[in-house]
Design a protein around this ligand. Structure first.
Ligand SMILES: [Zn+2]
Length: 345
C-alpha cells in the first residue's frame, strides 16, 4: 500500500533543485497548496460585510488581525497578521520568526459552533480568524501587493543535494524521543526508516508507509523544516496504526465531519484525512505538553486544529488516555466526559 502525501510539496523546493527536476522530468505535477493564481480562486466566496465600502490601502496600513496561520498544511499557529505597505506579515504569538505573504483571498466562511470563522488563503497556507476586519477588503482587492518573494517557508533544513544528509536527518528523527512516543502509540515499523524512492519523489510524496513491508520512508530534503518532518513521521505512523486498528478507528471516528477546505490535504479521502487528524492530534499534545500553557488557551487552540482537520479533537482525546501522555497537563480536561467548545463562549 502506497500512500500519497503532500502533492504540493514540490513548491517548497529550492529554485536550483526545482530547475533540475523540471529538466529531468517535465511531467511533474506542481499542484500546490496555494493556488497558482490566488486572484482567480474558484472557491472564493463574497465577503459578508463592508465589501461596498470605499477601501483605501492607507486606512488599513498597520492594522493587526488576530487569528491562526496554517502554513504548508501544518497545524495552525496563533498570531496576528499585520497589513504593511510591502505585504502581509504574520507574527506568531511565540517562537518562530514572522513570515510574509503577498496574496490573500477569502476561501470560505465556516459557521461551525454557531460562529463565523473566516478562512483566508495566503501564498502558502490558510489564515483563520473570527475578526477579519481590513483583511476582507484586502482580499477583495485580490492582490494586496506585489514585487516581493512569496515563499514564507523557512527553507529545507537539509542540504538538498546530499542524500546521505537526508537519510541522517530521517534516521535521527526516527531515533528521537519524539518518535519513541509515536512508537508507543502506533508500534514501530519492522524495517529501518529509509528515503523515498524515485517513483515516490516523482509522485511528489514526502512520506510513505508501505504496509506489506512494514516500512516507512521520508524525504527530509524536500521538507520546509523540522516541523514538517515531525508531521510526516506522525502521519505515516498513523497509517500503520490505521491498518492495524481498523475497527477501533472506525468506532472513534463516528460523527466526525469531513474536511471543509478542498485544498487541505486529506480532503475527500478518508484514509488521508484520518492520518492528518492523527498527525494534528500529536502536534497538539506535543505543543501543549509544557505546563506553562494556560488550559483555557490550549483548549481554544484545539478548536482551531479541529476546524481545519475535523477529527483532531477525537484523536487527541483518545491519545491522551494512552501511556505516553500519562502526565500531560491537560489529560484530565481532555478526557473528562465532555469538552466544551471554547469557541462557543
Ligand atoms: Zn498519507
Amino acid at each position: 500500500m502506497r500512500l500519497r502525501y503532500y502533492r504540493w510539496t514540490l513548491l517548497g523546493l529550492a529554485p536550483l533543485l526545482l530547475a533540475v527536476l523540471v529538466l529531468a522530468a517535465p511531467s511533474f505535477r506542481f499542484a500546490g497548496y496555494a493556488p497558482t493564481h490566488p486572484a482567480l480562486s474558484a472557491d472564493t466566496l463574497r465577503p459578508r460585510s463592508s465589501e461596498t465600502e470605499a477601501f483605501t490601502k492607507a486606512e488599513a496600513l498597520g492594522a493587526a488581525v488576530p487569528g491562526y496561520l496554517s502554513s504548508w498544511g501544518l497545524p495552525p499557529v496563533q498570531g496576528r497578521i499585520v497589513l504593511t505597505d510591502t505585504g502581509l506579515v504574520f507574527h506568531p504569538s511565540r517562537g518562530n520568526k514572522p513570515s510574509r505573504a503577498t496574496t490573500v483571498s477569502l476561501a470560505y466562511v465556516d459557521d461551525e459552533n454557531g460562529r463565523a470563522h473566516y478562512l483566508f488563503r495566503l501564498d502558502t497556507g490558510v489564515f483563520e480568524t473570527d475578526t477579519p476586519g481590513p483583511l476582507l477588503n484586502a482580499a477583495a482587492t485580490s492582490r494586496w501587493t506585489g514585487g516581493l518573494g512569496t515563499l514564507a517557508a523557512s527553507g529545507s533544513s537539509v542540504n538538498l543535494t546530499d542524500s546521505a544528509a537526508s537519510l541522517t536527518a530521517a534516521r535521527s528523527m526516527a531515533a528521537s524521543p519524539y518518535a519513541d512516543s509515536l512508537y508507543a502509540l502506533f508500534g514501530r515499523p519492522r524495517a529501518q526508516v529509509g528515503l523515498i524512492g524515485m517513483r515516490g519523489r516523482e509522485a511528489g510524496r514526502l512520506g510513505e508507509y508501505i504496509l506489506k513491508r512494514d516500512s516507512l520512508a521520508l524525504d527530509p530534503a524536500r521538507m520546509t523544516g523540522e516541523a514538517q518532518l515531525r508531521h510526516a513521521l506522525a502521519h505515516e505512523l498513523g497509517h500503520r496504526w490505521q491498518a492495524r486498528a481498523k475497527a477501533q478507528l472506525a468506532t472513534l471516528w463516528s460523527g466526525v465531519r469531513s474536511i471543509r477546505d478542498p485544498k487541505r490535504y486529506g480532503y475527500g479521502n478518508l484514509s488521508e484525512h484520518q492520518a492528518e487528524a492523527i498527525a494534528f492530534a500529536i502536534s497538539f499534545l506535543q505543543t501543549t505538553a509544557t505546563r506553562e500553557e494556560v488550559p483555557s488557551g490550549a483548549l481554544a487552540l484545539l478548536d482551531h486544529y479541529d476546524l481545519l482537520v475535523p477529527g483532531t479533537r477525537t484523536m487527541v482525546r483518545h491519545f491522551a488516555l494512552q501511556p505516553p501522555y500519562r502526565n500531560h497537563p491537560l489529560r484530565s480536561k481532555l478526557t473528562s466526559g465532555r469538552i466544551t467548545y471554547a469557541l462557543e463562549k
